[in-house]
Design a protein around this ligand. Structure first.
Ligand SMILES: CC(C)(COP(=O)(O)OP(=O)(O)OC[C@H]1O[C@@H](n2cnc3c(N)ncnc32)[C@H](O)[C@@H]1OP(=O)(O)O)[C@@H](O)C(=O)NCCC(=O)NCCS
Length: 329
């Protein structure tokens, strides 16, 4: 894409629900232990929404924080994009619910579905709108309530996921003078659609189909296949967005929090130190589309990203999908 307008990130925000679900809580439900989960995934706890609290609520909270951080009024938003696989409804979109709650009366709104890559897809779309001059201020969010789609009888998958949201305001760089989007990559391979999927509840096997089984209305994954795919793609994507710079100049990597071992294996392949990488999977688990913007917001709040730093965002997930960004803060 030929960029006509330089594009930046004017502000960030995030939101997590209050309820903490620990590994010991899982040990009461399935045959597992804190030791196994920590060793194999790095997860110690994750957050779950309360009854009546949905993806749109977390997304709105994160968006309000990002708007405040950017000093942008909701009425100045031209577009709202929500990356999510756990929308409140099959229709309408979460983006429309967020538009209403924010009072963003001048914004178009739609959801972006590319699972764990959802936020990076929303960010790339926001970048394209701002770069082309079709929009000036775009809200891009990753938000999930995965706890609603977890099979609590499957010990391999149920321990992995958590609920959260993260948001950014994308705007012309001259306006915000930070977070310039320098390079981005998006990719997909639908032949791996069943590596991670929710088999039922969609149009192929609706509720009145003879094969409908409520037990298939949960996240199913081929953990080992995903593991191999994730390590390979994470490494490839980082190499792709840093192809025109010296990799040693990257101050911080903000990866999808899929599994601590996957992150470690990629760092090892790249020869990068662990200090150059944000890891918060111990506190939140895998929050899919919310994971990268949540980690980015936390890293900024902790002062781990300074003005002028080069950072890399990277994500991959169901679809299969993947993406990465190189950003100068
Ligand atoms: C799911 C994942 C943590 C499993 O870790 P793993 O090291 O690959 O473990 P395996 O699936 O090989 O299972 C090893 C053993 O642990 C057991 N096990 C699985 N989950 C367990 C749990 N929660 N507690 C205790 N034992 C468990 C298995 O039954 C298996 O036992 P066996 O050897 O007697 O058959 C790992 O593959 C992973 O993170 N994959 C990617 C996750 C993913 O798909 N995320 C979503 C997409 S972004």
């Amino acid at each position: 894409m030929t960029t006509t307008v330089r594009v930046g990130i004017a502000g960030t925000g995030s939101a997590v629900p209050e309820r903490v679900m620990t590994n010991d809580d899982f040990a009461k439900i399935v045959d597992t232990s804190d030791e196994w989960i920590v060793q194999r995934t790095g997860i110690r706890e994750r957050r779950y929404v309360a009854e009546g609290q949905n993806t749109s609520h977390l997304a709105t909270e994160a968006a309000e924080r990002a708007l405040a951080d950017a000093g942008v009024d909701a009425s100045d938003l031209d577009l709202i994009l929500i990356g999510t696989l756990t929308a409140d409804y099959l229709m309408p979109s979460v983006a429309c619910l967020v538009q209403d709650r924010l009072g963003a009366k001048n914004a178009g709104a739609f959801d972006v579905q590319s699972a764990c890559t959802g936020f990076l897809s929303a960010l790339a779309t926001a970048e394209a709108f701002v770069a082309s001059g079709k929009a000036r201020r775009v809200l891009a969010v990753g938000a999930e309530t995965l706890s609603r789609f977890v099979d609590f009888t499957d010990r391999t998958s149920c321990i992995l996921f958590g609920d959260a949201a993260g948001a950014v305001i994308v705007a012309p760089w001259e306006e915000c003078r930070q977070g310039e989007l320098l390079a981005s990559e998006l990719g997909s391979d639908g032949s791996g659609y069943d590596f991670i999927h929710i088999p039922m509840g969609g149009a192929s096997i609706p509720h009145n189909h003879p094969d409908y089984d409520p037990a298939e209305h949960f996240i199913k994954l081929k953990g080992r296949d995903v593991y191999r795919f994730a390590v390979t793609k994470m490494t490839e994507m980082i190499q792709a967005v840093t192809a025109n710079i010296d990799q040693d100049d990257v101050a911080l990597l903000v990866p999808h929090q899929v599994n601590k071992r996957i992150i470690d294996a990629s760092l090892e392949r790249l020869g990068w130190s662990h200090e150059r990488c944000v890891v918060n999977i111990d506190r939140y688990g895998n929050t899919s589309a919310a994971s990268v913007p949540l980690a980015l917001d936390e890293a900024l709040a902790a002062g781990r990203i300074k003005s002028g730093d080069l950072i890399v965002l990277v994500a991959f997930g169901a679809g299969l999908t993947w993406g990465a960004n190189l950003i100068r803060w």
